[in-house]
Design a protein around this ligand. Structure first.
Ligand code: HAM
Length: 422
């Protein structure tokens, strides 16, 4: 069959054979966030394009090259290319700051980036996100990092399979001098830089630090440390002390500048040693102390993380981490003869109302074909309904593993099955 329609390139269907794995990691993320005192936030699939231009940054790759922009009349929207700016927009729009204190918000969201698809990189992907708004102290950074690492550990990913990379990129007070330092370094090495980095040098020089092509050149770039202001230095030192206290291992990565413009001070990524190939970042995040103000609010420190859901699943598969089996049917109702079909449907309905997962043939198949189907679904019990059963208002329950058969009255059937389910 020649397919007339296909999913858009880089956008994937999740089929029943794997959707239970999505449900599993999603449930783990919800549970995990709840344990750390977060509430869930859901924001629209699209926002005003200007929101991302202002926050992620017009010169960032995400906004300048990858954003899906939709125009309708006078309005310009963008399919969200990330989750943080919408959360901050909602925080301001609903006055979540009004009660004072810290807001901890988590989400599970699709996001859209028109990148070249490859393993672990899609045009529609999904993120587990967590944002802490209103906390300036490095305690918040430490808690967030410990939470992220504990999430992966809870999924059965050993620490040895991951590396937490940590950096600071300073603040608007100290970063301009560092940016100038990197620009000068870039200009001194201009001819050796790739053409993308050459053009970045004017507007976004720090980005040359995370260019994979120019690694050998930027290895000699000056580190930020001597440029840091007292506030940023103390913040970073305190954070590192807290991570030691919590036993969270990390490596300092002076190149970790991140591709979104809103970051200040702490930046981090967790990379997987295997399973992801070139796209090895499982998650990324950091502080964005200026973003709330930039979007129209009062100066409010904040930080957060985005974890790639697809990449998490790829790593779990690659490491043979424990994953749940697809959900199994408890029962399959088999009708012997046409007269039994309506009763089979009625009994199936009653069992379902009683919380038992059950199914039946909907095509009028022969009893033999129905039994085959019952076995194929992996159901625990087949509920057999023939003439005798109809006359006596009973059902024959067949355990499909042991083949043992028991006669049970139709009235007691649900209770009988429920008692025997794990
Ligand atoms: P990000 O680093 O752009 O950060 O994305 C976070 C994670 O999403 C990445 O580490 C990766 O696992 C996954 N990811 C990114 N792009 C793709 C893609 N094309 N296909 C599959 N997975 C992808 C952010 O988006 C920030 N909003 C994170 C954040 C939250 N910072 C503060 N709060």
């Amino acid at each position: 069959m020649e397919l007339k329609y296909r999913a858009p390139e880089g956008m994937n269907d999740v089929l029943p054979e794997s959707s239970h794995l999505w449900q599993y990691v999603e449930a783990r993320w919800r549970d995990h966030c709840h344990r750390y005192g977060y509430g869930e936030i859901r924001t629209p699939i699209m926002e005003s394009a200007a929101l991302f231009e202002r926050s992620v940054g017009e010169t960032s790759d995400i906004v300048s090259k990858e954003m899906y922009v939709l125009e309708r009349g006078e309005e310009r929207f963008a399919l969200k290319p990330e989750g943080t700016a919408p959360v901050v927009r909602a925080y301001l729009e609903h006055g979540l700051h009004a009660g004072g204190g810290v807001q901890k918000l988590y989400y599970i969201t699709p996001f859209f980036r028109g990148e070249r698809p490859q393993k672990g990189r899609y045009r529609q992907a999904h993120q587990f996100g967590a944002e802490i708004i209103g906390a300036a102290h490095p305690l918040a950074d430490a808690e967030l990092l410990a939470m992220v690492m504990a999430f992966f550990a809870g999924l059965g990913v050993p620490d040895s399979a991951l590396q937490l990379r940590l950096n600071t990129i300073g603040c608007p007070e100290c970063r301009p001098a560092y940016r100038d330092g990197i620009r000068q370094f870039g200009q001194a090495n201009f001819a050796r830089l790739c053409s993308t980095c050459q053009s970045r040098l004017e507007r976004n020089p720090l980005r040359i630090l995370d260019c994979k092509v120019c690694v050998a050149i930027t290895a000699d770039a000056p580190p930020i440390d001597p440029y840091l202001c007292d506030g940023c230095r103390t913040h970073f030192e305190t954070l590192q002390g807290l991570l030691k206290t919590l036993g969270v291992g990390y490596v300092r990565d002076p190149r970790l500048v991140r591709g979104l413009d809103y970051y200040t001070r702490t930046t981090f990524e967790v990379v997987a040693e295997q399973g992801l190939g070139a796209q090895n970042a499982l998650c990324g995040g950091g502080r964005y102390d200026g973003l709330v103000e930039q979007l129209g609010g009062a100066p409010t420190p904040a930080l957060g993380v985005g974890i790639g859901v697809e990449r998490t699943l790829l790593v779990l598969h690659a490491l043979n981490a424990p994953l749940p089996e697809p959900p199994r049917l408890d029962a399959f109702v088999v009708a012997f003869g046409d007269a039994a079909r309506p009763i089979a449907l009625q009994i199936a309905q009653q069992l379902r109302m009683a919380g038992i997962a059950c199914d039946l043939d909907l095509e009028g198949r022969s009893p033999k074909a129905q039994m085959r189907l019952a076995n194929r679904t992996g159901a625990r019990y087949a509920i057999l309904l023939g003439e005798t059963e109809l006359q006596t208002a009973t059902a024959t329950v067949k355990d499909l593993a042991s083949h043992e058969q028991t006669a049970v009255t139709q009235a007691e059937l649900a209770a009988w099955i429920r008692q025997r389910l794990p």
